[in-house]
Ligand binder design. Sequence first.
Ligand code: PGA
Length: 252
Amino acid sequence: MRIPIVAGNWKMNMCSADSVALARSIRQELTDPGGVEVVVCPVSTVLNAVSDALDDSSISVSGQNCYHAENGAFTGELSPQMLHDAGCTWTILGHSERRHIFGETNALLNQKIKFALSSGLNVMFCIGETLEERESGTMNDVLQQQIGEGLAELNENAMEHVVIAYEPVWAIGTGLTATSEQAEEAHAFVRSVVQDKFSGTVAESLRIQYGGSVKPDNTVELMSQPNVDGALVGGASLDAESFVAIVRAAQS
Ligand code: PGA
């Protein structure tokens, strides 16, 4: 039995007042998350404030990215230790915006994932194909490579702290959602790749989130698929009502 996980990726949105207000509203609405693990991912400057607002609640806080060193001359970067210090238990790594806008490679992500895990963070590792890759029939190769290279040299125990977010790039922020069949097909493939790379046990317990224009009205359909174990939500997570509605839909 895999515990569903719904995370809100706030991306580069909201300063402290709005972030804290959103966190408080979510907390108020979700006194009982009903068996769903709930995570919010604010911008780094407000992590402390949001963590304080969610203190002693069942909602966890996540970074959106981090570097693979504890400290040092890495201007503009943030370490897993700093995320911990700001109240985070999770970090996203490999979001498609990091890959495509900031040029992060599978090899770099592998270093980041290993370091974040060894520093005690849980990782939401994002993968996904572009429209061009899907249409040219290379989608499965791309996913396989992202998993193979991104999760290289991890052992089975480390995988207990990894969630994979399958986010087709063409569905992110576009209003286009993969159909539940497309999502299920990709998730089943991801699980089979993880089974080949690690083991049946790891594949069976791995949670795979879907991301890409998740909204309250498509969550039930997506989450009813056997291999869809949660959602990574961008735009719809910036509004307490719609984010809470997505969590409630995931409960059902
Ligand atoms: P979206 O973003 O829900 O706005 O499509 C999802 C994501 O980027 O994680």
